[in-house]
Design a protein around this ligand. Structure first.
Ligand SMILES: Nc1ncnc2c1ncn2[C@@H]1O[C@H](COP(=O)(O)OP(=O)(O)OP(=O)(O)O)[C@@H](O)[C@H]1O
Length: 790
């Protein structure tokens, strides 16, 4: 760490009362000249009163008395302001610190104001407003009553209106492929028919959980599996009243025990539950296959339902072979069970209709080639169900695309690399203050970052950076009380047995009224689930911010998310991933806004994503965002405020080698992740286009780490697969099934090849095909037609 003579004068957490001060500044001679001129100008100007303020409070108080520069002639002890501790300990030569944040940035195109509205559209994923009812769609009155009375669900959504009649029908000859917008209620679309189908079993004869597993739902991540399992529980804990016999409370669902297998618990514990019987199972793919192969008491021979949720994500994560194994495993066990029943070698009581085939439901946002292949393998004569209709905002005749909800306000801000970090802080501040100003509304914001190291770094940076001189950690999440034990005694996974305890909720001196959470695949399952729970239900502060990787992009239904910020644009999944990420807000007809941080070299991404998703992204100027978060009547004021904040960040990083290492690691991992953008996106995202020195600023570093220095070419980036990076790389999916070293290799491969990438078995391989190509509806129709001719 070089000694650059940084001296801070940031004496309290109130940003408005601070000024950034004197630091020796190295850099280009032009910068130094500019600094000198500005300093001279300042000296000449009369001491104006400043009202630099944050959105949360308007600070009209006069600027504190200007502190004497250290090299000024000594004043009398009574009048001389006390120098900050750091300065006192280490006096520096007098040179004004002029931030280089606002110099040498690319010239920005003029943009619209912060308040520029995006075209207003009616909600496209809300419950329908026509005369459709759940009853009319064929749902059992018991379930309808329960939905209304306990879950407050009155009207179906368009995907439920389209899928329920098919899935509830007694004609079970066709499987179903569901494609619909985010937040449109797909989960109930498959859970309700499963429950309705199983309900009569307890009426027909005595039944208990020893019947085994009758329905399996597979989800790509642990969080999603847990969420589906929670919705299922809420449906099963019903005390269903039998209208034919109102005297009698019949718990028709008493035997329908649901189970969750995600690899977070011990196999022994899961085996014991499977032995007792779990009629409805929610699982991640790896652990399910494991039990199918190794748990003899896993009674799945009578399985009637199989749901593959987020099928395209399952493919992305390389679960193709796992799913094939699962299909074979289920079929094999069914054949054995049927044979045993026919030969009378079974303890089962009563008959079982073996002629009835299993129904398979596949949910997917896109109908890519690999998803079509999976559908071909798993589905029989699939009926294709779509939630999107003309009423959902799709213009007639327009090509159907996987689009974000129509009511979602999408915005983008082109941010010079050096300004990224302070712009993020400004945006969060302004979103929070606006929501709080609106009758103290609570607000939840999700921030997507490129990799786990970056999430960890920003989590620490935001929580621990102080505007105080002594810079003691200001976040109570450092206390043991706020920390969660890794694992819960159930973890049999060595990776999860870290002696360290993870904090769940944090606070930042820079983000008033805000609780911070984080989520990524390298955290222990227990921590991940606790973070999600905390983010969803925290009442400590009116605002909650979740810093996360793409692990949170799909399927998660987190209540009241007001905004999604893509601080880093998706490296995998292209436009589809973008739609999933922004779909964490504006769910079920609710309003929401989505922000994308775009580097000047990435500007063509805006047109690209608009074209791919039929969306309009309103362009907002970075100056408008900075002003919104830091306040100030003119550019100089918010620039000063932004500089103070940046300086505080840099100060924290310089404070210890541990912090600096965290920043360097985050920077390096981020650049590596950046290099994994697929070949057909390289014109928009190429490491060569990044000014690494400027990017370093966004990690509060004064310069790019030495391994990254040199000409701005990707060829100069070093990729090491050492044990350190293996342990801290990004994990996707349920965090167990993706090997970080593989990711490292993929990244290296991506940089070397600079070619087009596609994935097979979770690995990136060279191919001429477009990885993220979306098949048209016509493709699926053709595929379905081909199946029906078989
Ligand atoms: N008919 C309905 N009326 C009111 N709320 C509903 C209805 N159907 C579902 N919901 C609620 O809507 C929310 C979103 O549902 P769900 O998570 O199933 O959406 P999704 O389509 O699977 O989204 P994603 O594509 O992001 O996974 C849930 O909180 C759910 O309880």
């Amino acid at each position: 760490m070089d000694d650059d003579g940084l001296v801070l004068n940031l004496a309290s957490n109130d940003v408005s009362a601070k000024r950034f001060v004197s630091v020796k500044k190295s850099g280009k001679w032009t910068d130094r000249l500019k600094a000198k001129r500005v300093a001279e100008k300042k000296r000449k100007l009369p001491q104006k009163q400043s009202h630099v303020h944050g959105d949360d409070e308007l600070d009209e108080s006069p600027r504190p008395v200007k502190r004497a520069r250290l090299a000024d002639p000594p004043k009398s002890p009574a009048t001389a302001p006390k120098p900050p501790a750091a300065a006192a300990a280490k006096p520096k030569p007098s040179k004004n610190f002029i931030s280089s944040l606002f110099t040498s940035n690319p010239v920005m195109k003029p943009t619209e104001a912060l308040a520029t509205p995006t075209p207003a559209s009616g909600p496209s994923n809300a419950p329908v407003t026509d005369s459709s009812t759940f009853l009319g769609l064929g749902l059992d009155p018991l379930l309808v009553t329960h939905l209304q009375s306990k879950l407050n669900i009155e009207k179906p959504t368009s995907i439920q209106r389209a899928s329920l009649p098919l899935l509830l029908s007694a004609d079970r000859t066709r499987d179903v492929f569901i494609q619909s917008q985010t937040g449109s209620g797909k989960t109930l679309s498959f859970l309700l028919p499963i429950i309705q189908d199983l309900l009569p079993l307890s009426r027909e004869s005595y039944i208990d959980r020893s019947i085994g597993t009758l329905a399996i739902i597979i989800a790509p991540t642990r969080e999603l599996a847990k969420q589906i399992s929670d919705v299922l529980e809420s449906l099963l804990t019903l005390r269903l009243h039998n209208p034919d016999n109102p005297e009698e409370d019949v718990r028709l669902t008493r035997w329908m025990i649901s189970g969750l297998l995600t690899g977070g618990a011990t196999r022994t514990h899961e085996k014991a539950r499977l032995r007792k019987g779990l009629p409805i199972l929610v699982s991640t793919p790896g652990r399910l296959l494991d039990h199918l192969q190794n748990t003899s008491c896993f009674n799945v021979g009578k399985c009637r339902w199989l749901v593959l949720d987020e099928a395209d994500r399952l493919m992305d994560l390389g679960f193709e072979e796992t799913i094939t194994g699962i299909l074979k495993g289920i079929d094999g066990r069914r054949n054995l069970a049927q044979k045993a029943a026919e030969e009378g070698n079974t303890m089962d009581v009563g008959g079982w209709d073996w002629s009835r085939r299993r129904r398979t439901v596949l949910c997917s946002a896109t109908i890519r080639e690999d998803v079509q292949k999976l559908a071909g393998q798993a589905l029989l004569e699939p009926a294709i169900v779509k939630g999107s209709t003309a009423e959902d905002g799709a213009a007639e005749g327009a090509e159907e695309k996987f689009a974000a909800p129509a009511q979602l306000q999408q915005k983008c801000v082109v941010v010079p690399l050096k300004l990224r970090l302070v712009t993020l802080v400004a945006l969060v501040r302004s979103l929070v203050s606006k929501a709080v100003a609106r009758q103290g509304q609570s607000v939840k914001i999700i921030v997507f970052l490129s990799c786990t190291d970056s999430v960890d770094f920003h989590w620490d940076l935001l929580r621990k950076t102080s505007m105080d001189d002594d810079d003691t950690a200001n976040d109570p999440s450092d206390d043991d009380e706020n920390e969660e034990e890794d694992g819960d005694g159930e973890g049999d996974d060595k990776r999860e047995r870290k002696p360290k305890r993870d904090a769940i909720e944090g606070r930042s001196a820079l983000l008033p009224n805000t609780s911070l959470f984080r989520l990524h695949g390298s955290l222990a399952t227990h921590t991940r689930l606790a973070s999600l729970k905390g983010f969803s239900h925290s009442s400590t502060n009116p605002a909650s911010v979740l810093l996360c990787t793409s692990v949170a992009a799909r399927g998660l239904d987190l209540p009241h998310v007001r905004a999604v910020i893509q601080y880093d644009l998706p490296t995998e999944g292209g436009a589809t991933e973008h739609v999933h990420r922004v779909g964490r807000t504006a769910r079920l007809g609710a309003r929401g806004e989505a922000w994308a941080f775009v580097a000047p070299s990435e500007e063509t991404w805006v047109d690209w994503v608009q074209e791919k998703t039929n969306a309009t992204l309103a362009r907002v100027g970075v100056d408008a965002v900075l002003r919104g978060g830091f306040g100030g009547g003119n550019a100089k004021e918010y620039e000063a405020r932004a500089t103070q904040v940046q300086t505080a960040f840099e100060h924290w990083v310089l404070k210890s080698s541990e912090h600096a290492e965290l920043a360097r690691k985050a920077f390096t991992s981020h650049v590596r992740a950046y290099a994994t953008h697929p070949g057909d996106e390289k014109h928009m995202f190429h490491v060569r286009h990044l000014h690494l020195g400027h990017l370093a600023k966004a990690f509060a570093l004064r310069e790019a780490p030495s391994t990254m220095k040199g000409p701005q070419t990707s060829a100069h980036i070093k990729f090491k697969s050492n044990s350190k990076s293996k342990g801290s790389g990004k994990h996707r999916g349920d965090g167990m099934d993706v090997d970080t070293s593989r990711t490292e290799q993929r990244m290296e491969h991506a940089v070397r090849q600079q070619g087009k990438l596609t994935k097979k078995g979770g690995m990136a391989v060279s191919s001429g095909a477009n990885e993220f190509q979306q098949a048209s509806t016509a493709d699926l129709e053709r595929m379905a037609a081909a199946f029906s001719r078989r």
